[in-house]
Design a protein around this ligand. Structure first.
Ligand SMILES: [Fe+2]
Length: 490
């Protein structure tokens, strides 16, 4: 990693976004040059999902979430590290390629041509760009607005849209089906470590706004376990699943204007209304489906770290909160290379007293925090370590150009300054037969703002020390979530 300490933040950002160029080429097992030592026990594949390109046929996308989904896979074997990448061939991606122009609206990007070209265009492009999940023998690329896509774990080819045997077909009413023929399936499912059941949700627009809860058994059979009416279509990206099966949602007063979004008067993100005077509602769905609603101060949450039961009536939720919802304008400016601290979250602990209906909260650290991970075996359980991308709490460090390991029990932070190089989400891989919760490795991509290259980094999860790096043949634009599968697991 080159040192870029001499570069100021705007220089780093301008270099980063200048280099945030489209990925034009797909590789199929390219050997990567490796520096350092790949741990002998680390064998398997890291899959990453994210934006492959922010420009289509010359039209720049307006939102960070609108890039066309591209899966990158790094296979770690005795032969080294081999790289492969493929765009997800969603129905809309293929149609646009064939047409040679944009045909669909996005979450934050309307078609060029104003209202004339967008009015009543109610079908959105499924970019399949947000995350990946491996469950019931299938690798799925996820996007929270529509159906998952099956991906071949070897070749990364797109095998097709996946509606869980019809479970995701909208059966609410003919008008609901007209608005949304298929139900959304969020990009943050949780797999219960004991039962192997996958839990997920979707926020569905229609004649009524609904929070739809799903359960998928380890064999793959799926059902809608519960439908919860919402007064508004609230932007909800993630949720918490505890060991006993509590599901916790932060329903923030950040909601879509469904009429404007679906008729094309604005993009969905530009239709969002934020009412900071209102509290954030915390909705707790008990294992038997009973609902408890609590309230806390206004905040916006993209990602939760984890959550667990402290006792029968006391739940703990660790969330990365933002003081406001990042506006369509600020996110567009961010994509064009303007400094923005809108996406810099803070780690907060929320203690929920279900008996008293009270919420107590405290900040876990002053460091900025986004894209968190923890030990996969601690899902829904009391846990100790959080890893995330981060930066110190200083006005001259608005971008998350470091890694943080936080002991959430003692509050002790461990920060690795990446000095202007921008990390992607870290993925924690436990070492075989590990005894400590932080015994294992962190895998993340790192964009070097000085050399304009992306590399894969393998780090010691306990110390954050880099053990090995592998340089890619191209840069990967800013992405979202990934997945590790041990050798032989897929
Ligand atoms: Fe996410």
């Amino acid at each position: 990693m080159a040192s870029t300490t001499q570069l100021d933040t705007s220089t780093i950002l301008s270099r980063y976004f200048a280099a945030n160029r489209c990925v034009e080429r797909e590789f199929s097992g390219e050997p990567l040059p490796v520096k350092g030592e790949i741990p002998a026990a680390l064998r398997g594949t890291l899959y990453r999902n994210g934006n492959g390109r922010f420009v289509h046929q010359g039209v720049p996308y307006d939102h960070l979430f609108d890039g066309d989904g591209m899966i990158a896979a790094f296979e770690l074997s005795d032969a080294g590290i081999h790289y492969r990448n493929r765009y997800v061939r969603t129905r809309e991606f293929v149609a646009e390629e064939q047409a040679g122009k944009m045909l669909y609206r996005g979450f934050g990007t309307n078609l060029p041509g104003g209202i004339r070209n967008n009015f009543m265009k109610m079908r959105f492009k499924n970019t399949a760009n947000t995350s990946l999940v491996w469950h019931a023998g299938q690798l799925l690329a996820l996007w929270e607005g529509g159906l998952p896509h099956r991906i071949d774990p070897e070749t990364l080819e797109t095998l097709g849209r996946y509606d869980y045997g019809g479970t995701l077909q909208n059966r609410f009413s003919p008008i609901d089906r007209l608005i949304n023929p298929e139900l959304p399936f969020s990009a943050h499912p949780k797999i219960h470590p004991d039962t192997g059941v996958l839990h997920n949700f979707g926020t569905a627009a229609g004649t009524r706004q609904r929070l739809v809860l799903y359960e998928v058994k380890p064999g793959g059979s799926a059902r809608i376990s519960q439908t919860i009416p919402l007064s508004e279509l609230i932007f909800t990206h993630d949720f918490v699943l505890t060991q006993s099966g509590y599901r916790i949602f932060f329903l923030t007063p950040v909601s879509f204007d469904v009429f404007r979004a679906f008729t094309g008067l604005s993009s969905p993100v530009a239709s969002i209304r934020v009412d900071r005077r209102k509290p954030t509602k915390i909705l707790v769905v008990a294992p038997d489906g009973r609902l408890t609603a609590l309230e806390t101060d206004f905040c916006f949450v993209f990602h939760f770290v984890n959550g667990y039961e402290q006792s029968d009536r006391h739940l703990v939720v660790d969330a990365l909160t933002l003081p406001d919802f990042p506006s369509a304008e600020s996110t567009k400016a961010f994509l064009r290379g303007k400094v923005s601290s809108d996406l810099k979250g803070e780690a907060w602990r929320y203690e929920l007293d279900l008996g008293e209906g009270k919420v107590r909260r405290e900040r876990l650290t002053a460091y900025g925090a986004e894209l968190p991970c923890h030990h996969p075996g601690r899902q829904g359980r009391n846990y100790r370590y959080l890893w995330c991308i981060s930066s110190p709490d200083r006005p001259d460090r608005p971008i998350l150009d470091g890694l943080l390991k936080l002991d959430v029990q003692t509050g002790k932070p461990q920060f690795r300054d990446l000095q202007g190089c921008l990390p992607g989400e870290p993925v924690f891989v436990p070492a075989p037969n590990a005894r400590a919760e932080d015994e294992g490795w962190l895998l993340y991509t790192l964009f070097d703002a000085e050399r304009l290259q992306t590399e894969l980094v393998i780090a010691d999860a306990a110390s954050l020390d880099t053990l090995a790096t592998a340089c890619l043949p191209h840069n990967i634009p800013l992405g979202f979530h990934g997945l590790w599968l041990n050798e032989g697991e897929a």
